[in-house]
Design a protein around this ligand. Structure first.
Ligand code: UN1
Length: 494
């Protein structure tokens, strides 16, 4: 019998009002039922909002260093349980153990970083144009925050949202992705063990109805969403109508440039990791590779060779380098893109099909896929595929490469491999993206720097780092007049 899991509302583990559940299965073996989770609706979200509202005053008034201490404890517990949590994550999400360890590590990093913010949360003190008047700016919490997270980083991404929301004094209604509810439940258990008061974080499992109820709820003051552009657009429209703050982190069509002067092997390693790490299911994945003509043939040949060697399988098995994609619907979608690439005239160099063979037939496995002869008119070069598919294309020089890199509606991550510092500086200046790596792959952001992108990748916010705090706080300017008389700004100035 599969275990049944619960929502977490007001410090209690409870089922959905409707008692409906959904199944969570191992993407590497569809027969393996991991558990059943509550299929929440607007009623459950309502309860979660009420609990978050009730907890708000106490939480917002707790000194920030004390809030930070709870977050630090959560980080220490995550570290203690890193191996166990990583295994759970590989089981339900599919990425290999080495990578799920990285996912948990990212949450640990975020906890440590955010805990320290409890003793910073710096504002400004500044001068006043008037005599005997003091001026400063301080951060204020926003209220109840609705956090909607994806399945590709089941613990890291919730940690990017939950920890900053909490340190700023907000309370939370959290809806994790349906494909990875167990990692979310384990994360919330840790918050509970760390001493988070009841109602400060509430978790409702489920799909679109629960997500929609969060976005539409009039007393949820902020929505932070990571996921697809289609859904992000709907979230933004609804939040726009309600004048609700909304931070969106969406797709990417990230490119790597390889110049002839680059360290060839390093650039190749970077491309393999960027394109096929996490089975290509990162918003930072390398799905376009622009290579200077003189090394293009050799680079595509070697990349195909490397792609063919990647060992696919269940991520908990030793030696496996790439796990399945998240589910069959996603696999069909990826395959649809591959078909469109072939129809539009790109050359399929390897992969392009479901993986078969021992240990693979019952999972959502897809073979690493490389296209050449692709161009920016094709769907495979324009749209986010979110799977192990990449396109290698030749370019004349750096100018053309940067032009092509920017020739997209997205702008999350980017990479340049070159030994020439002048080229590196030009790429840093001219690439339109939220992240640029020099001599490193497009994946691998660190938590103390801003994370996010330009154009359709987001709506101007940056998660993580100090900028993450701006999502979860309102600025208040404070003036203290100690002159004992009415002073008029802009008027009493001469
Ligand atoms: C994502 O794919 O949504 O930079 C996040 C990286 C990771 C985070 C990816 N640290 O690839």
């Amino acid at each position: 019998m599969a275990k049944s899991y619960l929502n977490y509302i007001g410090g209690k583990w409870i089922p959905a009002e409707s008692r409906l559940t959904f199944e969570n299965r191992n993407p590497a073996d569809g027969r393996d039922l991991i558990g059943k989770f509550p299929e929440s609706s607007a009623e459950d979200v309502e309860k979660a909002v009420a609990a978050a509202e009730q907890a708000y005053d106490r939480w917002r008034l707790m000194p920030a260093p004390m809030r930070g201490e709870i977050i630090l404890k959560a980080g220490l517990l995550l570290k203690e349980k890193k191996e166990e949590l990583s295994k759970i994550m590989t089981h339900e999400m599919g990425k290999v153990l080495r990578e799920t360890r990285g996912d948990i590590q990212e949450a640990i990093d975020m906890a440590y970083y955010t805990a320290g913010e409890g003793r910073r949360l710096f504002g400004q003190t500044t001068t006043s144009e008037l005599k005997n008047k003091f001026a400063m700016s301080i951060r204020m919490p926003i209220g109840v925050c609705g956090l909607i997270t994806p399945w590709n980083f089941p613990t890291a991404i919730p940690s990017w949202k939950i920890f900053p929301a909490l340190i700023c004094g907000n309370t939370v209604v959290f809806k994790p992705a349906e494909d990875t509810p167990l990692s979310a439940a384990k994360f919330v258990e840790i918050l509970e063990q760390a001493g988070l008061p009841p109602g400060v974080v509430n978790m409702v499992h489920g799909g679109a109805p629960a997500g929609e109820a969060i976005v539409r709820h009039p007393r949820i003051r902020l929505v932070s969403f990571t996921g697809s552009c289609e859904v992000g657009r709907l979230v933004a429209q609804q939040c726009g109508k309600m004048l609700k703050r909304c931070s969106l982190e969406m797709g990417g069509k990230n490119a790597q440039i390889v110049m002839a002067d680059a360290d060839f092997d390093l650039a190749l390693e970077g491309a393999v990791w960027g394109a096929f790490g996490t089975t290509g299911q990162r918003c930072t994945a390398t799905s376009r590779i622009y290579v200077e003509k003189s090394v293009y043939q050799k680079f595509s040949r070697e990349l195909v060779k490397r792609a063919k060697k990647i060992r696919i399988g269940y991520g908990l098995k030793a030696g496996v380098e790439m796990g399945p994609v998240i589910n069959d619907v996603q696999r069909e979608r990826i395959h649809g893109y591959v078909q469109s690439g072939i129809e539009e005239g790109a050359k399929l160099e390897c992969g392009g099909r479901y993986a078969k063979g021992p240990g693979l037939s019952r999972g959502s496995f897809y073979i690493p896929t490389v296209f050449t002869h692709a161009d920016s008119k094709m769907k495979i070069v324009r749209e986010e595929i979110f799977g192990p598919v990449t396109c290698v294309m030749p370019v004349k020089n750096l100018e053309e490469a940067i032009h092509e890199v920017n020739n997209t509606v997205y702008g999350l991550s980017s990479a340049l491999y070159s030994r020439d510092v002048n080229r590196a500086m030009r790429a840093i200046r001219d690439i339109e993206a939220g992240i640029t790596y020099i001599n490193g792959p497009t994946i691998g952001a660190e938590v103390h720097l801003p994370f996010g992108g330009v154009k359709n990748t987001g709506n101007g916010h940056r998660e993580a780092g100090e900028t993450g705090l701006d999502i979860f706080s309102e600025w208040k300017s404070v003036f203290v007049d100690f002159s004992g008389r009415l002073q008029k700004a802009q008027i009493d100035v001469d």
